[in-house]
Ligand binder design. Structure first.
Ligand SMILES: NC(=O)C1=CN([C@@H]2O[C@H](COP(=O)(O)OP(=O)(O)OC[C@H]3O[C@@H](n4cnc5c(N)ncnc54)[C@H](O)[C@@H]3O)[C@@H](O)[C@H]2O)C=CC1
Ligand SMILES: O=C(O)CCC(=O)C(=O)O
Length: 387
């Protein structure tokens, strides 16, 4: 029986994918698996029992990846599962910035008892007028699951789309509309575009990516959109730019008091992935990944360990070993099994950066004492047995 613990609300349709071999626990220390959305996990301690964290979403900046890797805890996310939800909010954000729809709605509400409302509306509407998206230049920074959808949708709306992503995957490049102009210098986006939207992960290398230098190059009429993570945009610089009308609007999904106090900020309470569809997709994908890992040792969409798939074990026993990626590890494992007189029927060894992962299907069951010998090998971080 496996136990899982939810740090956030995880959609029911996903939790239902756990079968009778799983029970939910309120105690994190008892869990084999944790499911999480945005809860910040950096100060949490993890028990030796914990094998896997399933992030029902894309960003993993709330999870201490280094600590997890060192403790042999696999971390998964759900690439693309909420991308459409975010894309639609980005398009909505551009529309809300282009015309003062919200200001107009508030005005109508404030005058709702006025008998002349209909007539007044025709007179007052010029205060809320704006521009169209058609023909405007949109710069998309980061062409992953979300950036691609935004770029393609904007191109379909008749925008001139500039795309920048020096690390774009081949698969992503195939999905990108041919109407999207490939930009190799992000400064061209800052200088040229009427709308700029950022869709990169928050990492040391991307923190403050849009700062005072970038803003200084932008047109004063620019709208900057950040539905990725607050700190990607230097908060002091953006507040200053809003105060001095150096930019037209800032649309963000990440509220803080300073930004929310600015007249030209459109601030949303982290709603990008808060749609029924995105929540369901993320939960279902996360549970699937967690189950495949716990039951079969297979790794898909891990952000800290290499992908690995040996299907379902048909041998007497499967052993999965997370280890440091240092010389001679494989030789130590195979000779350990040899000394025990256990035949290896299948073996996969994959590495990623500092870590390696070995899965072996064995002809005979190894007992607990024999498995302990594997755990004692220097460089081994976690050993799991699946029968
Ligand atoms: N507001 C919300 O509710 C949501 C926000 N997000 C945020 O959006 C981010 C992106 O999500 P996805 O598109 O699903 O991730 P993704 O991993 O599919 O795409 C990220 C892209 O950024 C690119 N990239 C990395 N560093 C870059 C740099 N310095 N310059 C340009 N491109 C760079 C990568 O090559 C990759 O193509 C997530 O990391 C998360 O922080 C994601 C989902 C929901
Ligand atoms: O679960 C959520 O609502 C947060 C979504 C998000 O920010 C992400 O997937 O990176």
């Amino acid at each position: 029986m496996y136990q899982y613990h939810c740090l956030n609300n995880i959609a029911e349709v996903g939790l239902k994918k756990f079968d009778g071999n799983y029970a939910q626990t309120d105690k994190m220390e008892d869990a084999d698996a944790i499911l999480v959305r945005s809860a910040v996990m950096h100060d949490m301690e993890f028990s030796d029992k914990l094998c896997v964290i399933g992030r029902a979403g894309a960003g993993v900046n709330n999870i201490p990846l280094g600590k997890c890797s060192e403790q042999g805890i696999a971390v998964f996310n759900t690439p693309g599962a909420n991308a459409n939800g975010v894309k639609e909010l980005v398009i909505a954000g551009m529309l809300l910035a282009a015309r003062d729809i919200v200001g107009g709605m508030y005005w109508v509400r404030s005058e709702r008892q006025n008998e002349d409302l209909e007539k007044m509306a025709e007179k007052e509407k010029k205060r809320f007028a704006g521009t169209e998206l058609l023909g405007k230049k949109l710069g998309v920074i980061g062409l992953g699951a979300i950036g691609i959808l935004v770029a393609n949708a904007a191109a379909a709306l008749g925008m001139e789309v500039y795309g920048y992503d020096p690390y774009i995957s081949v698969e992503a490049a195939w999905k990108l509309s041919r109407d999207v102009k490939h930009i190799t210098d992000v400064n061209d986006i800052y200088k040229e575009c009427d709308y700029i939207t950022i869709h990169v992960p928050l990492m040391d290398s991307t923190k403050g990516m849009i700062g005072a230098d970038a803003i200084a190059q932008m047109k004063p009429s620019v709208v900057v959109l950040n539905l990725a993570r607050g700190p990607l945009v230097d908060q002091k610089a953006i507040v200053e730019a809003l105060k001095t009308n150096r930019i037209r609007k800032y649309v963000t999904d990440f509220p803080n008091s300073d930004v929310a106090s600015q007249k030209n900020a459109i601030v949303i309470p982290h709603l990008g992935a808060s749609t029924e569809e995105s929540e369901d997709n993320c939960a279902v994908m996360a549970v699937k990944e967690v189950r495949d890992y716990l039951e079969n040792g297979n790794i898909h969409n891990s952000v800290n360990y290499p992908n690995c798939d040996m299907g379902v074990c048909t041998s007497a026993m499967r052993v999965a070993i997370i280890h440091r990626n240092i010389p001679n590890m494989l030789a130590k494992f195979t000779s350990a099994f040899g000394e025990l007189g256990i035949n290896i029927e299948r073996l996969t060894n994959v590495t990623r950066g500092e870590y390696g992962y070995v899965m072996v299907d064995l002809s005979h069951m190894a007992d607990d004492a024999e498995i302990e010998k594997l755990r004692a090998i220097e460089g081994v971080l976690k050993v799991r047995v699946m029968k």
